[in-house]
Design a protein around this ligand. Structure first.
Ligand code: BEZ
Length: 244
């Protein structure tokens, strides 16, 4: 507890949803990167892991690699970070490629030796560990804006179904101008964004549009097929790739 008159330690700032992703240069297992500029026009899943050669992190890396082609279909790249050196990262991914049920890790892993990047992104939670990052996930859009932040502790591996759902949901919300209800998966009804004027409120309440399920002036569901979503998103994403 603190008194309003007490001198309060300055709280380190970290980027939040809606902020531009902080820019940095780094060495990775795939060579140097300038982040997020090198990924302009793409979605990025930027994630930290506590340590190389540890069981939960290894299981996550194999899962990320298994899903990489699906993320790429969604115009989404993966960038990993840990507070370690390139030789350690390389030795670890080599070991992963040789183990039973392993994988050839092709996404870049940042060597954040001095922890400057992890600190700038709020990936170090000092009470958990002041030397290792937590499992942070930043989902960044093609303009470099942070759209989702997730944190998991060291002992708990991430839910990849949810990470994929977030990428599809955010892209669906952007492409169709809709909002996404609780526990949504593609194919289920989406939400018409809440009206901002009385005219919009009247229109939404009285709409007879096909399939619209209006339960209150502020809560209207409408159908959106998964075929329509994937057709629009993959076409849009192919268009993005052509522009590069
Ligand atoms: C793991 O990846 O298994 C792990 C890493 C750091 C602390 C605890 C577990």
């Amino acid at each position: 507890m603190f008194d309003i008159c007490d001198e309060v330690e300055p709280v380190p700032t970290m980027p939040l949803i809606g902020d531009m992703a902080p820019e940095f240069n780094a060495q990775t297992t795939n060579g140097p990167i300038h982040f997020p500029n090198d990924y302009a026009g793409k979605w990025i899943i930027f994630f930290s892991h506590p340590s190389d050669f540890t069981p939960v992190c290894t299981s996550e890396f194999i899962r990320f690699q298994e899903l990489l082609s699906q993320f790429k279909e969604m115009n989404t790249d993966l960038v990993a970070l840990s507070i370690g050196a390139i030789p350690s990262h390389l030795a670890w991914i080599h070991a992963i490629s040789e183990m039973d049920g392993g994988a050839n890790i092709t996404f870049p892993i940042i060597a954040d030796m001095d922890a400057n990047i992890a600190r700038a992104y709020g990936m170090i939670h000092d009470s958990a560990s002041d030397t290792h990052a937590v499992r942070a996930v930043f989902i960044i859009d093609p303009r470099g804006i942070i759209r989702t932040i997730l944190y998991y502790p060291a002992v708990l591996g991430r839910n990849f179904t949810e990470i994929m759902r977030i990428v599809v949901a955010l892209q669906t919300a952007d492409a169709f101008g809709v909002a996404i209800p609780a526990d949504w998966v593609p194919g289920e009804h989406v939400l018409i964004s809440a009206p901002q004027t009385t005219r919009e409120m009247d229109r939404q309440q009285n709409t007879k549009a096909r399939g619209v399920d209006s339960r209150a002036w502020f809560l209207s569901y409408k159908p959106l097929s998964s075929e329509a979503i994937y057709e629009r998103l993959t076409k849009k994403n192919k268009g993005n790739k052509k522009q590069k």
